[in-house]
Design a protein around this ligand. Structure first.
Ligand code: KG4
Ligand code: ZN
Length: 422
């Protein structure tokens, strides 16, 4: 049997996207038309402009995705399912994509799959990641651009943790299976991307031309030149730090951002020029980044402990979203997850009580795992390629395929769900 083919459509925010993806994990085509040039001069996304731009752009975006997919004579008829974002997102923008998808599916008599945008972000890693333990059998050596050999099962396996960090999302969740998620933490104020962007502006960090990633990436680059990254650490809070609020599974960045503003004002007032010199701004950028990343790390670490205690055998941590490009964030998460051995080490008398305590937390069920003969492994950190970490239709098509294969299909009269908890 040939692999299934899905057309995915995504119009939840300010990018008009369509893509064609197969169930053996090939991306046949991918088209994204951005609206940044329309919204940037307005200082933010204007829903009405987004709505009209989606209406203008979607037909040609879908046409291009179909034409460039190499579907042969059959064209759109070769597509087995139509997948589309139902929510969450901007109501009118969602409506453009959903209506197009419903009409296409009904006219072609194809199954329709409505997709939750955040579920799609979480499942993207299963399209792009190769199972590190996968052993190709016999002739199975064909590889895709992403390095995924055909035949390996989608990876990471369930359950896994997902950290979505971007301008729009700051979310930590457990993916138990296709269609079943638990939200562990979300932000009570700004998203982490907003915090990076506002801080970059506060510190007058020069925009690096031609660099992907926007102000957050410029801040990361700027902070690398810091000679004294610890200079302001005693004046910057680590939000909702475990020490002060152990059970608070929330993110918050407003307090950290205000602390940065306070320090900038104090430094300017104390300086004869009325400006904060560059080396101090670099130190403050590094301090901010350290605190923001530490905040995320503390919550992820607590989530790993909590999951163990609930008997959830977490295989991986998937990091997605624009802020996921941050190298400090990635390496700190790697450190945490590497220490998190399942059945790895056993406490010895030579260890200090602190070490034993830590080991107990991080290698729960050592005995059980040994008995069951399971391999010793750490929690793996997975970051899908940056292009697929941000909004795109590939993730919608892939999620459509995962849902369809679980028998999850929707009727042609489904509606948008602009506010949709996962
Ligand atoms: O996912 P994304 O590209 O778009 C939306 O949020 O829709 O995320 C953009 C956010 C921006 O706030 C940007 O400043 C931030 O991700 N960002 C970074 C880095 N690259 C992008 N933040 C910190 N470090 C980076 N290297
Ligand atoms: Zn998104």
């Amino acid at each position: 049997r040939r692999p299934l083919i899905a057309l995915g459509i995504e119009t939840s925010c300010d990018d008009t996207c369509a893509a064609i993806v197969t169930s053996d994990r090939q991306i046949l085509s991918e088209v994204l038309r951005t609206q940044h040039h329309l919204h940037e001069p307005m200082g933010g996304i204007v829903p009405k402009l987004a709505h009209h731009a989606h209406m203008r752009n979607l037909p040609s975006v879908v046409q291009e995705a179909i034409q460039s997919a190499g579907l042969g004579e059959q064209g759109i008829q070769a597509v087995d399912i139509i997948a589309v974002t139902r929510g969450p997102g901007l109501a009118h923008s969602l409506g453009v994509g959903l209506n197009a998808a419903k009409t296409l599916a009904a006219a072609l008599n194809k199954p329709l799959v409505g997709v939750h945008h955040m579920e799609a972000h979480a499942l993207t890693a299963r399209l792009t990641t190769r199972d590190p333990d996968y052993q190709p059998v016999g002739q199975d050596v064909s590889t895709l651009e992403s390095g995924v050999p055909i035949g390996s099962d989608p990876y990471p396996s369930f359950p896994f943790l997902t950290l979505l960090v971007s301008g729009g999302h700051t979310l930590l969740l457990v993916a138990h299976s296709v269609d079943r998620y638990t939200t562990l933490a979300t932000t009570v104020d700004d998203s982490i991307g907003e915090a990076f962007d506002k801080t970059a502006r506060e510190l007058d960090i020069p925009w690096l031309p031609g660099r992907a990633g926007g102000p957050g990436a410029s801040l990361e680059e700027f902070a690398k030149s810091s000679c004294n990254p610890g200079r302001y650490l005693d004046r910057l809070p680590i939000p909702l730090s475990l020490r002060s609020s152990k059970s608070e599974m929330k993110f918050s960045f407003a307090g950290l951002k205000s602390a940065v503003t306070r320090i900038v004002n104090q430094e300017k007032a104390a300086s004869s020029s009325g400006e904060m010199d560059e080396s101090k701004r670099q130190d403050l950028a590094a301090g901010f980044q350290h605190c923001a990343v530490t905040h995320l790390c503390q919550k992820v670490e607590q989530a790993l402990v909590d999951c163990h205690e609930q008997g959830l055998d977490i295989s991986s941590l998937v990091i997605s979203g624009g802020v996921g490009r941050n190298a400090t964030l990635r390496s700190r998460m790697d450190e945490i997850c590497c220490q998190f051995k399942y059945g790895g080490a056993i406490a010895t008398d030579k260890m200090s009580s602190k070490e034993k305590k830590r080991l107990k937390r991080t290698s729960l069920n050592a005995a059980t795992q040994k008995e069951s003969g399971k391999a010793v492994r750490s929690v793996r950190v997975i970051c899908p390629p940056p292009k697929l970490c941000t909004d795109n239709a590939v993730m919608i098509a892939w999620t459509g395929l995962e849902r369809y294969q679980q028998g999850l299909v929707d009727p042609y009269d489904i509606d948008i769900v602009p506010k949709w908890p996962l």
